[in-house]
Structures are given as structure tokens and as C-alpha cells.
Design a protein around this ligand. Structure first.
Ligand code: GLC
Length: 757
């Protein structure tokens, strides 16, 4: 601390000046700080602040000036770097040392002759936020859909939504989404979160070139980030979720199974409907890829193939199967095509150098709707409403919205004019997917329906508008393996309904891979088998009897767990607690959980540990503290130990916490309200337990008006107590069946009862 440094507080904003520059720290609440030199614009990135009045104390000691609030103590160096102590212990530190990075400069031309590519390393940025790493054990989680393990330390990522269908792996810097949120763990059990709110391209170097620090670098964004404080990952994640907005609450049906493939025609759709019924395979949706469109013109239908799509949709719906159609942003340049004509005439497309901008996607020459302009967004909402109504379509799958462009990238200065000014592509690229889904989600909300929307491209704040899948993976064991850390990371980045293409999209799957993939992803909230055209078929019956049998048993099991998954989703939506999460999330002090990539907690009662490597039929499973029961063998395991568990091809690792109560439905082939008359309560032996079960109509927005029920179920050594704690919805339940060991205790549904075990 020198005399030069000045610190003053203006309400919640602390300003520090060293005579040359100023930096600000806004204390938004006890768990959220914003540190900035200049704030990024929030015109398009909409954040939510839970402001609190915080008692801020400035303390002057021999060591310098400190800012105190709650149990935190902030200190600033002469170069304005900030460090934070919590309860007297080092908690967070901006890096204050030398940021020079060693990058090899040797001539590379010989290697280039063979086609090798040098990794581009940019080491200096207009804006660079440097954060100290405390030691080798620090772990950095987050950043959304990256094809990587949970701990992303030592890698570098670039937030720039990218459509690249080649093999996604850990050297891939950019995927389809830009979710600038990291959860950092250090000193054993200390955690904090960082969110960088800029939509411009930015680099996250997570200690790749230095053991001392990580950095966020950008050319266009500002020095401006949020620091999320908390005692454990759950607290931090909840605070982050409230900043970016509640994760989308989807219709219950969406948790069912989705069957898809690029190239399905009308005949194949009929075949799926018939075969799923014939083989008793649960299913709720068939997805219609671009093949249904007339010359890939969005919001059109190829009449030769689907002369009466509405009739098809209605007929399928009667059998419990709804249709979801893909919609891309690119609008085919073709005079006389109504959507094109309308947007052209009303200036609804992005422009460049005074002209409407043209690039290429599936239909050939295409223009990009400017979803940032209200008039255009409203028009897309209207067109979506009309389209869904005309053809009885239940959901929209938004693809190619990075936006993809086959004829080179969109120039930085492509213009997206809006009511509040002109935004350039460089600023809105990472938000384009989100604004598309906002317009489309609105079509559902206008009809008092929860959005059934899936998107490939997303920004951090997109989680309130759409569900996501992680794009074009391939039928590779490595991609199956990364699907678990991807889905877990997406979940604690506030994207609850997320999944990958089961079986793999590109390449040819194998019987074993398909079975293991289904087992490994059976609890992902978005569950879709999807594949590319011209790959081998991978529907559950595309292989042999054995595959069909195993696939069916896994699907049926998934459907049994629907109420448990729905409860986890409702909780994620309401509180920000992720539905699926890594083991360290619930066990933040247990070092052994920190890098387990192939085990997942679903809610706090279920742990699954599937096989994700070829040929394995036995695997090591680490069980965290507590007592766990193998769901199939009923064997009991003491936690904080590793076990070798047999998992032949027809089995997977599902463990239930002793004493748990889990709501189940049975014998469902489709998720339809009228079939949800019996609620099963699976009671696991050992210990006491409590569970809150949620019930509503599963599709409308009425829950926002409080139209739902909540039931509290408690288990003690000898008794189950069932109590309705919130009741505004006319329950569909008629019967409750308690499943306890070999016993089935049946009783007519009533709002409150006790039952001896
Ligand atoms: C993209 C999507 C993929 C889809 C294909 C054709 O590659 O990621 O899911 O099947 O386009 O629409």
C-alpha cells in the first residue's frame, strides 16, 4: 500500500485509484461482486440482480486499506489488483505478477508441408483479466459444452459459437456455445465462480502456459467480470443461476424419449411409430430434420412427401407421439417465397455495406433474420405460431444458429440494427442463437404453453429460453466418454435440459456402443437418439434382439424415473440447483470426487456410474459419503470407498442413497397426464429420509400462478408420513403404491396419511 492509492465507497460501489487508473467493485449482494473498469453493455445481455443492502466498512491499518463486508476482506495492490480473504484465509486473488508467456517461436514450415497446423497463440489482449492460481491442485470447471473432462485447467478455450462437425475433442477451442462461467476450486474446499458477461469473442486461458495464473482476454469486451462467492459449489451455482435467469421449465413430456435422424421421410416416420408400438418402446417425440422442408425453405413443408402433415401429426399425437420440426435461421433467397418476401420488404435481414447480407446454408444463398429487431422477432414469433398451428407441431428444434455459414464467416461488421441502435456481428454473434430461441419460445408462451425448444447455439443467458443439445458428436467411444462431463457441466452452467445425440451423430455406431450410450445417458434430461444421413441406422431395433431388449429395458427404467427427474428439473428451475451434477458438487470437501468424470449424481438420491469404454464389463465405482444401495442387486455399500462392480452388457451402475424416497411411474410408453394416476413411492431401506414431490399439469404456464401441489414424504425407521404442503392443483393421482423391499403397500390417494412399514 502506498500513499498514492485512494479508495472510496459510493453506496455499494468501491472505487480504487492509483492516480493513473481507476477500478470499481460493486458489492451487489453478499455473494456477488462485479469488478470493472468499464461495464459491458447490457442492452442485449440481460442479467438479473438480487441487490442487497450490505454493510461495507473501510478499515485502515498499517498494512493498508481494507474493505470489509460480511466475512470478506478486500485488499488492493498498487497496480489495483484485488485480493480477498474470507475468515482470515486467502480466498480469491487477481494475479499481480509477470504475465509474459513462453510460446515456442521455432520455424514450423517443414511440418506445414505435411499439413500440420500450428496452434495460434495470442498472448496480448486489449482487455485481460488475470486471476491467480494458488497451487497445482486448483481446478477449473465450467464453460459449458466443451468436449472435455470436468476439470478444464491447463486448456485454452475461445468463446465464439462455432459449427464445426469434425471430431470434437479436448483440443477444440470453440464449440457451439459461449457460456463464460467457471467454477474454481482451490485450497481443498474453497470454491468461487467467475462470469465474464461480454458477448464478444474472448479467450479463456486456464493456466495453459502458466502455473501462476489464468486469464480471460478479449479485444472488444471490457474489463468487467462477476465474482460469485459462496461456501460451496451449490451456493455459488444458485447465485450464478439467479444472475443469468432461471433455467427453462419444459413440459413434462419433453423428458420422454426423442427419436430422430437426418433423412427420415414420411414412410420411415410411420415405421418408427409402428415399430415403437410393436416392440413396446417408450417414445414421446419424433424429430423432423431439414428433409421435411420444401427446398430447405424454413416454415415450409415438402408436399410431395408430406401431403397432409397435419393429419400425420394428429394421428401420431393420438398414439402419444408428438412432432418436433427443425428450423434454421437462414432464409432462402427466392422471390415469391412469403417469408423471404416479407423480411426483404420490411428490412428484417442483417445488412452489410448497405445491402442485405447473403451467405450460404442448406438452401444455398440465404439471408439472416435480424432477431435483435423487435419487429422481425415478433414476425418470427407469429410465423412460428402459425406454422405450429397449421401442422400441429409440438416443438421447434433450432439449428445452425451460431450462425452457420458455408461461404466463409460473416464479416465482423455485418449489421443487426435494432430499436436501440446498430449492433455488429462481432458483438451479437454469440447471442444470435439466443435471440432466435427467444422469438420462438414466445410463440409457446403466447399460447400459455411451456416452450418445447431445443437449440444448438447458446450464450450463458439462453438457459431461460431453450433447452440444448451438444451438436454433432460422432459414434466414437471418446465422445460417449465426454458426454457425461459435458452434460454435468451444462447442468451446473444452468442448462438443465441438455443432452447429446445418443449413439453418436456422425460415423457408424456399433451395437455395443449404442447400448452403452443409452445406458450412460439415460438420466440426461434431454434424451434423443439422432444420427446423420448416410450413417447406419441406430434406432433401438436396428441391430439384434439383444440390443432391442436391453435398450427397451433402459428406456422403461428412464420412464419409471420421470417424476424424480421432473422434480429435479422443477427444483433446478426454481432454485438453480442443478438436476445432474458431478460428485464434488454434493461432496465439496472430498478430494477423491473432484475429477470423477464418469459418475453422475441425479438429484441428491441417485448416483449413476455407467460403462463408457469399449469391452468393459466391470468398472470401479467410487461412492461418496453415506450408504448406497445397488438398484438392481440391492447390495449395500459403505461410502467413501471404491468398489469393482460387474456391469455386463445388459446392466449399468445405479445406486440409491439408503433411506431415500423416490417417486416413480410405471408402465408408461408415453408421458400423458391421463396415464399418471398411480404414484409409486420407492422406499430404499436403511436410514431416515425426506422427499418433496411436485405435481402440476406438466405443460402450461399456470404453475407461475401457483397452480401446483407439493407433497412432503418422510421416512423414519417404522413409518412413512405423506403430507400435502402446498395444494392448488387438482391432483391427477388416484392411487399411491409404496414399494418397500418385496412389499407393495397400496392405498387410494389422499392428501395426508401415515403408513407403518
Ligand atoms: C446439423 C445439426 C444436425 C442436423 C443437420 C441437418 O449438422 O447439428 O443435428 O441433423 O444439421 O439438419
Amino acid at each position: 500500500m502506498t500513499e498514492k492509492l485512494k479508495i472510496w465507497a459510493d453506496g455499494p460501489v468501491i472505487t480504487v485509484s492509483n492516480g493513473m487508473e481507476e477500478k470499481h467493485v460493486e458489492i451487489i449482494n453478499t455473494g456477488l461482486l462485479r469488478i470493472y473498469k468499464k461495464k459491458n453493455s447490457e442492452q442485449l445481455v440481460k442479467l438479473h440482480y438480487a441487490k442487497e443492502n450490505i454493510n461495507i466498512i473501510t478499515e485502515e491499518t498499517n498494512g493498508g486499506i481494507y474493505i470489509l463486508f460480511s466475512h470478506y476482506r478486500l485488499h488492493f495492490s498498487d497496480s489495483l489488483t484485488m485480493s480477498i480473504e474470507r475468515n482470515g484465509k486467502e480466498y480469491f486473488k487477481e494475479y499481480d505478477g509477470d504475465t509474459a508467456i513462453y510460446v515456442t517461436k521455432k520455424d514450423f514450415s517443414l511440418a506445414e508441408l505435411e499439413g500440420h497446423k500450428r496452434e495460434e497463440v495470442k498472448t496480448e489482449f486489449k482487455t485481460q483479466i488475470n486471476i491467480a492460481l494458488f497451487d497445482k491442485e486448483d481446478k477449473i470447471y465450467g464453460l459449458g459444452d466443451k468436449a472435455a473432462q470436468l476439470n478444464r485447467r491447463d486448456y485454452e478455450y475461445v468463446s465464439w459459437n462455432t459449427d464445426d462437425p469434425s471430431q470434437h475433442n479436448e483440443s477444440y477451442q470453440s464449440l457451439y456455445k459461449s457460456i463464460n462461467y467457471m467454477l474454481v476450486n482451490h485450497h481443498g474446499s474453497e470454491y468461487y465462480g467467475i462470469f465474464y458477461p461480454s458477448s464478444y469473442e474472448c479467450v479463456f486461458n486456464l493456466g495453459k502456459y502458466s502455473e501462476q495464473f489464468m486469464y480471460i482476454g478479449s479485444e472488444k469486451g471490457e474489463y468487467d467480470y462477476f465474482l460469485v462467492l459462496g461456501e460451496n459449489p451449490a451456493e455459488i451455482t444458485v447465485r450464478y443461476a439467479s444472475l443469468v435467469g432461471n433455467t427453462l421449465f419444459v413440459p413434462r413430456k419433453m423428458l420422454g424419449y426423442h427419436q430422430s435422424r437426418w433423412s427420415y421421410n414420411a414412410e420411415e416416420m410411420e415405421e418408427i411409430r409402428e415399430k415403437f408400438a410393436e416392440y413396446e418402446l417408450p417414445i414421446d417425440y419424433i424429430h423432423m430434420d431439414i428433409d421435411y422442408m420444401d427446398h430447405y425453405k424454413v416454415y415450409t413443408v415438402k408436399k410431395e412427401e408430406f401431403p397432409d402433415l397435419r393429419e400425420t401429426a394428429e394421428r401420431f399425437a393420438k398414439e402419444g407421439i408428438d412432432l418436433i420440426t427443425i428450423i434454421d435461421p437462414g432464409v432462402k433467397v427466392e422471390d415469391g417465397y412469403d417469408i423471404y418476401d416479407h423480411l426483404k420488404e420490411h428490412g428484417g435481414f442483417a445488412t452489410y455495406e448497405g445491402e442485405q447480407y447473403v451467405n450460404q446454408v442448406w438452401p444455398g444463398d440465404s439471408k439472416y433474420p435480424n432477431y435483435f429487431e423487435k419487429e422481425t422477432a415478433d414476425y418470427i414469433t407469429q410465423v412460428t405460431e402459425n406454422f405450429m398451428e397449421e401442422y400441429k407441431i409440438s416443438g421447434i428444434w433450432c439449428d445452425m444458429n451460431e450462425p452457420a455459414s458455408f461461404n466463409g464467416p460473416l464479416p465482423d461488421k455485418v449489421e443487426f440494427k435494432s430499436e436501440d441502435g446498430c449492433h455488429y456481428h462481432e458483438e451479437v454473434h454469440n447471442l444470435y442463437g439466443e435471440y432466435m430461441t427467444r422469438a420462438i419460445a414466445k410463440a409457446f408462451e403466447n399460447a400459455n404453453k411451456r416452450p418445447t425448444v431445443i437449440t444448438r447455439a447458446a450464450f450463458a443467458t439462453t438457459s431461460s429460453f431453450s433447452t440444448t443439445w451438444n451438436g454433432d458428436n460422432q459414434s466414437l467411444w471418446a465422445h460417449l466418454e465426454t458426454s457425461l462431463p459435458q452434460v454435468m457441466t451444462m447442468n451446473f452452467c444452468n442448462f438443465a435440459v441438455n443432452g447429446v445425440d445418443i449413439g453418436g451423430f456422425g460415423n457408424e455406431t456399433t451395437k455395443e456402443l449404442l447400448i452403452r450410450w443409452m445406458q450412460a445417458n439415460m438420466f440426461s434430461l434431454f434424451l434423443r437418439n439422432h444420427s446423420a444421413m448416410n450413417t447406419r441406422n441406430q434406432e433401438p431395433y436396428a441391430f439384434d434382439e439383444e440390443t432391442l431388449k436391453i435398450y427397451r429395458s433402459m428406456l422403461k427404467l428412464r420412464y419409471e424415473f420421470i417424476p424424480y427427474l421432473y422434480d429435479a428439473l422443477e427444483k433446478a428451475h426454481r432454485t438453480g440447483i442443478p438436476a445432474l451434477r458431478p460428485l464434488f458438487f454434493d461432496n465439496p470437501d472430498d478430494e477423491r470426487t473432484k475429477q470423477i468424470n464418469d459418475e453422475v449424481l441425479v438429484g441428491d438420491k441417485l448416483l449413476f456410474a455407467p460403462i463408457v469404454r469399449q469391452g468393459e464389463t466391470i468398472r470401479a465405482v467410487y461412492l461418496p459419503k453415506g450408504k448406497w444401495i445397488h438398484y438392481f442387486t440391492k447390495e449395500e455399500y459403505e461410502g467413501e470407498k471404491t468398489y469393482l462392480i460387474d456391469m455386463p452388457l445388459d446392466s449399468t451402475g445405479i445406486f440409491i442413497k439408503a433411506g431415500s424416497i423416490i417417486p416413480l411411474y410405471k408402465n408408461l410408453l408415453h408421458i400423458e397426464n391421463e396415464k399418471l394416476k398411480t404414484l409409486y413411492l420407492y422406499i430404499e431401506k436403511g436410514g431416515n429420509g425426506e422427499y418433496i414431490h411436485y405435481e402440476d399439469d406438466g405443460e402450461s404456464l399456470d404453475y407461475k400462478k401457483g397452480i401446483f401441489n407439493r407433497y412432503q414424504i418422510t421416512k423414519t425407521a417404522k413409518k412413512i408420513k405423506f403430507k400435502t404442503i402446498e395444494e392448488n392443483y387438482n391432483s391427477g393421482y388416484q392411487e399411491i403404491i409404496l414399494l418397500y423391499g418385496d412389499r407393495e403397500l397400496r392405498r387410494p390417494f389422499c392428501t395426508e396419511f401415515d403408513c407403518e412399514l
